[in-house]
Design a protein around this ligand. Structure first.
Ligand SMILES: [Zn+2]
Length: 510
């Protein structure tokens, strides 16, 4: 049972809304996951890294248990909230089970009109995020060492920077380490936007900054390396009209074409027109089936142009190559990719993709087989919750060390004005997830700063406060009844301080 359903059970009798949504999930079970356990089909692929999968699963369990335990603790302490030594007992319980203190004011006020479980739930969510950040280095060390697409590999394909824009949807928040098996690092950026509709001006500026470093000789091997932009849209194979991308009305085709338009006709053109033809970075368009974490990879042609009809799918590759030896499977994958590349008609391209791009595409296809099997082995072939199940919203810049499916909904923004659409989509998701069950929406406003630049930290905090104030003003209908709680945190981009909460702002409304 998930966190919210359990807390809801604790607060009041199960509501018909929850049962209806659970029934809907059950009805949406796909008929054809990549591989059905118990179907007699062999579900062990020769190219899967099972040790890496185990390490990733251990990490996923550790992170999720922090949030599951919140409900157990709140449930427990609410049973003795009228006892004489309540505050001390509750704090001791929280310290033992959660590893942090509860806000004592909330506990001390409990005798007046009962324990404010909603406020505590938000505060515990923020504190648990903080614990995930603090323990990230130790808890991620194992899988980080085994990640196949690390910086060296990306450089061998010809890329100094990989800039990934998935949709803000929580189901894509683990896309880099889990679905793509690309090691998150200083030169792998994840900037999520509703519908994968990234900000072209921000990207031009990020690209230009790396160009300066490359051309000034500050980058090793800079003369042969390029910048790669990846847009990641998503769809749901088992519930195409219900659990696809909310920003595109669950319309698969619209999600594909909108992301393609932005990559090809906006970003590439913007850079070619500003800096001269041929300056544009390489681009790649990838679709994720969020039920299975399987990929649809669109192949660039000899001119780097991507096409909505020229692609291959890794779920099909898994089925076609399971049971083959590693060598035979690799040869078959290369054939499938070459076939997709050579297709005529609507998928016709102009020449073959660059060899570095081919190397990357083949590696992505192979690495994703491990993720497909991860979902088969650890999530019974498809995720139990194929829809939204995020714990909170993160607005601003990504907390780089936190990348896990459905941990949060992420809206990349500098000001609330430009991020309005992303925030509205997120708030609407949480109206169903939390508010419908009487739980507030926790919103973490997070910005990075560069510790080498004087006053940068103060400016990041000031920006956080402005965005927090704007969010509270925009959703004032939720703030008044205590259904939206904001916290502000900042991180040093160069690696020092990570996700430090601005203490006077934690919790917001109480
Ligand atoms: Zn989406």
């Amino acid at each position: 049972m998930d966190t919210r359903k359990r807390l809801q059970a604790l607060q009041r009798a199960a509501s018909p809304v929850a049962s209806a949504s659970m029934a809907l999930d059950a009805a949406a079970v796909p008929d054809h996951p990549a591989c059905m356990i118990g179907s007699g089909q062999r579900c062990e692929h020769a190219l899967v890294d099972r040790d890496l999968n185990r390490l990733l699963f251990d990490y996923e369990q550790k992170v999720r248990s922090r949030f599951t335990r919140i409900v157990d603790v709140l449930k427990r302490i609410s049973t003795y909230q009228h006892d004489e030594n309540f505050t001390e007992r509750a704090q001791q319980h929280a310290r033992e089970q959660l590893g942090f203190d509860l806000p004592s004011q909330v506990l001390e006020d409990a005798w007046v009109c009962g324990l404010d479980l909603s406020a505590l739930h938000s505060r515990c969510t923020f504190s648990s995020l903080k614990s995930c950040v603090e323990n990230a280095q130790a808890e991620q060390a194992g899988w980080r060492q085994r990640m196949p697409l690390d910086e060296n590999f990306l450089r061998s394909c010809g890329y100094h920077t990989v800039d990934i824009s998935p949709c803000s949807d929580g189901r894509l928040q683990g896309v880099s380490p889990y679905v793509l098996r690309i090691l998150p690092g200083p030169n792998v950026w994840v900037k999520a936007y509703a519908g994968a509709l990234f900000d072209v001006e921000v990207d031009v500026s990020d690209w230009a900054q790396r160009e300066v470093e490359r051309l000034s000789g500050a980058m090793v091997d800079g003369e042969r390396l390029n910048y790669l932009k990846i847009a990641v849209y998503h769809f749901s194979s088992s519930s195409p009209n219900g659990q696809g991308c909310a920003a595109h009305g669950s319309n698969d085709r619209q999600a594909t074409e909108a992301a393609l338009q932005r990559l090809q006709h906006e970003l590439r053109e913007a850079i070619d027109r500003t800096f001269g033809a041929g300056a544009a970075p390489d681009v790649l368009l990838i679709g994720v089936d969020t039920d299975l974490d399987a990929l649809r990879i669109h192949l660039p042609d000899g001119f780097g142009e991507v096409n909505p009809h020229r692609y291959f799918e890794t779920a099909q590759i898994y089925r076609d190559t399971v049971g083959l030896s590693p060598e035979a499977a690799r040869a078959r994958i290369a054939e499938i990719v070459a076939d997709a590349e050579g297709m005529g008609g609507w998928g016709q391209g102009n020449g073959s993709m660059r060899e570095g791009m081919r190397r990357l595409v083949l590696a992505l296809a192979e690495a994703n087989l491990s993720q497909i099997e991860y979902v088969i082995k650890h999530h019974t072939g498809r995720y139990a919750t194929i829809g939204h199940d995020e714990e909170c919203i993160v607005a601003g810049e990504a907390v780089r060390v936190l990348q896990l499916r459905n941990l949060f909904y992420f809206a990349h923004l500098d000001t609330i004005e430009e991020g309005t659409n992303d925030m509205d989509v997120g708030i609407n998701i949480f109206r169903k997830l939390n508010i419908a069950h009487g739980l507030p929406v926790p919103v973490l406003v997070h910005f990075e700063y560069d510790a080498r630049i004087p006053e940068a930290r103060e400016r990041a905090i000031a920006r956080g406060r402005r965005v927090r104030d704007a969010i509270q003003a925009r959703y004032s209908d939720l703030v008044a009844p205590g259904l939206l709680n904001c916290a502000i945190a900042v991180s040093d981009r160069t690696g020092g301080e990570c996700c430090a909460f601005v203490t006077d702002d934690v919790g917001g409304h109480h």
